[in-house]
Design a protein around this ligand. Structure first.
Ligand SMILES: [Zn+2]
Length: 247
């Protein structure tokens, strides 16, 4: 039976460590805990890596974090050859914070990109150095220089980024909040997590389960590395850290 892991990262994306109890170890060696700060791969954002420390001081390296039978079951995948804990043990977990912070900055930058380019989203993938968002956009008519300049305006404006929960009914009454063309937010659980940018979400509001920085200034300097044509109707925008290289 699937277990439900308390997802601490959903309430506080800046929490780096936690104490947790081992609920079980599955037949493939995946570690299930009662609560975790480890984000599980989902919505285009890769899961966390890090370590679990046992009471005797030894550590278990975590190479990946994924969801199990349900989205609420989080599985910590140990590195090959790691010792496995016993159910009932209490562990201290710590994520690789430098990596996670980069992913949070990139993920937030992807939201900003959907503000600058308000087109239906057909795909997205966040990674540490290079992220992409695909739009249903037959002719972009925009340059990477223009998009970069508008992204950096939003970054410099230092808008707050926040989350709040809304009901399925509230979302049904506001269908324009959903920007993704193919992926519908998971409804049916009664509540949906909304990520807002700007006071009251005036810059942007959309359902998202990922981790974000608390203000747009924390994204730091970013640029559009490339706008690629993907088929007749799609444009792929690649986001990178740092200033735009001189061409
Ligand atoms: Zn998000």
């Amino acid at each position: 039976m699937a277990t439900t892991t308390q997802a601490l990262f959903r309430e506080d994306s800046y929490q780096k460590t936690m104490e947790a109890r081992v609920v079980g170890v599955n037949d493939r060696g995946g570690i299930l805990l009662d609560r975790t700060v480890f984000y599980a791969t989902s919505g285009g954002q890769p899961g966390d890596t890090g370590r679990l420390r046992r009471a005797d001081g030894s550590t278990i390296a975590i190479a990946a974090t994924i969801t199990g039978e349900t989205k609420d079951e989080i599985i910590h995948v140990p590195a090959a050859g790691a010792d496995l804990p016993e159910p009932g043990e209490t562990l201290t977990g710590e994520i690789d914070w430098e990596r996670r912070l980069k992913l949070m900055r990139m993920h937030t930058a992807c939201h900003l990109l959907t503000v600058v380019c308000p087109f239906p989203i057909t795909g997205a993938a966040v990674s540490e150095d290079d992220s992409r968002v695909d739009f249903d956009l037959p002719d972009s008519g925009v340059t990477k220089e223009d998009v970069t300049a508008r992204l950096m305006e939003l970054v410099r404006a230092d808008h707050p980024v926040f989350t709040r929960w809304m009901t399925d009914d509230e979302l049904a009454a506001n269908p324009s909040l959903v920007k993704s063309k193919n992926v519908r937010p998971p409804t049916g659980t009664g509540r949906i997590r909304l990520v807002g940018i700007g006071e009251g979400g005036t810059i942007d509001s959309q359902p998202c389960g990922g981790t974000h920085v608390a203000s747009t200034a924390e994204v730091g300097e970013i640029h559009i590395g490339k706008i690629e044509k993907k088929g007749r109707e799609n444009r792929r925008f690649r986001l990178r850290f740092g200033p735009m290289p001189a061409s």
